[in-house]
Design a protein around this ligand. Structure first.
Ligand SMILES: [Zn+2]
Length: 387
């Protein structure tokens, strides 16, 4: 007993602090700014350009600095089309931190840019917000995550071909499906650096998370869990849920993953400035790096939680008795701790939760099942709605 205490005291002294709070405290807006400025310094990062490959090689070199990080520059063929002058090979970067399981969580942003007001290949296209902001966030997440071991395998992706129709994310999602990657969640971050726009609208306290339209879709449940985690773990910053696949007339790299049957959501700032997008004006000067740092926090709080959670329960049931209490049952692996969540049927967000230990059932006293939606999750994992 004493020996154990001495050992754990020694370990605590020798191992750097890698709990969530300690990792969140390391998020560095100066480092985010340096990444965005470096990426925006390439004249363009158009998917068809030589500079795209150079930007990918730079990203790969940054990932390779992280302990335990395996880095791949993935190539894929792209066909000539409206925004692709001729058939070519495109590149994107995938960095992996292997966990003790193959269960996989992905975060990414797109490294490619476009200038639709000039020659798409040679026009200056700095793409600081769209989407060096999402790529810088992804790299910062990898830096934080590389400091300790996680249960799940974590992948950090700089997608390309986004501006030509989600080509890189489509190639990766199809490959993941073909190779049967057990992906549990994809966080796509696309434009997460602007906290205000030229119309005078400003919101430094929220990021939007878009998820699939259907109530009960796993992507919707992931979004709801991300909101709940941010509310619990962060002070003064939260998630604004939008129950839509994406904005009108726009797309993002989460959608090809959903199309292949995976669970995926999109993070995007609350107030976009449309006049800067896809022009030479998408510059680092317009980015609020403190806001970008908060978006790293909102992503990482949920990402880290999922990265260590046990498998989600299955067969989550509400007992249909006439009672003032709500009884629930589910199936899971032995020894897994669970949390019961509930909300009013009209509420989009989880309002209450309770840790219920390792049993496969729970009773929530004096909360009426008729008026509430219930769910059960493995501790730290996305809840599964009770039926
Ligand atoms: Zn974008």
């Amino acid at each position: 007993m004493i020996r154990g205490m001495v050992l754990s005291l020694l370990t605590a002294m020798l191992v750097p602090e890698t709990g969530l709070k300690a990792l969140l405290a390391q998020i560095d807006k100066k480092r985010l700014q340096a990444t965005v400025e470096k990426l925006a310094s390439f004249p363009t990062r158009n998917t068809s350009s030589q500079e795209l490959k150079e930007a990918c090689e730079w990203m790969a070199s940054e990932f390779r600095k992280l302990p335990g990080c395996e880095v791949e520059i993935m190539s894929y063929p792209v066909k000539a089309s409206q925004r692709i002058p001729k058939d070519t090979t495109a590149f994107q970067v995938i960095a992996t931190l292997r966990g003790t399981t193959d269960r996989t969580i992905i975060v990414g942003g797109h490294i490619d840019t476009i200038n639709t007001k000039a020659d798409p290949l040679t026009g200056r296209a700095p793409g600081a917000n769209d989407d060096a902001s999402g790529v810088a966030l992804t790299l910062e997440m990898a830096r934080l995550a590389s400091q300790r071991k996680w249960n799940q395998t974590l992948k950090f992706v700089a997608f390309s071909g986004e501006e030509q129709g989600l080509l890189g994310s489509t190639a990766l999602a199809k490959r993941a499906k073909a190779e049967a990657w057990p992906i549990e969640a994809v966080f796509s971050n696309d434009m997460v650096g602007n906290s205000s726009n030229k119309a005078g609208l400003k919101d430094t306290k929220h990021v939007r998370v878009f998820s699939e339209e259907g109530e009960g879709h796993e992507s919707r449940e992931l979004a709801r869990f991300i909101e709940w985690t941010a509310r619990r773990e962060l002070k003064g910053f939260g998630v604004k849920l939008v129950f839509r696949r994406d904005r009108f007339g726009r797309g993002g790299d989460h959608t090809p993953f959903v199309a292949e049957g995976f669970t995926a959501v999109r993070f995007v700032e609350v107030h976009e400035e449309y006049s800067r997008q896809h022009t030479s004006d998408d510059l680092p000067e317009a980015i609020d790096f403190g806001y970008l740092a908060n978006n790293v926090r909102a992503n990482f709080a949920a990402f880290a939680s999922l990265a260590n959670a046990s498998m989600a329960p299955t067969d989550v049931r509400i007992v249909r008795d006439q009672s003032h209490d709500t009884s629930l049952s589910w199936k899971s692996l032995p020894g897994v701790k669970h949390v019961v969540y509930w909300r009013q049927t009209t509420s989009a967000i989880w309002q209450e939760s309770r840790e219920v230990g390792t049993a496969n059932k729970a009773k929530i006293n004096l909360v009426n099942k008729d008026d509430h939606v219930f769910a059960v999750g493995a501790l730290g994992g996305t809840p599964v709605e009770a039926k």
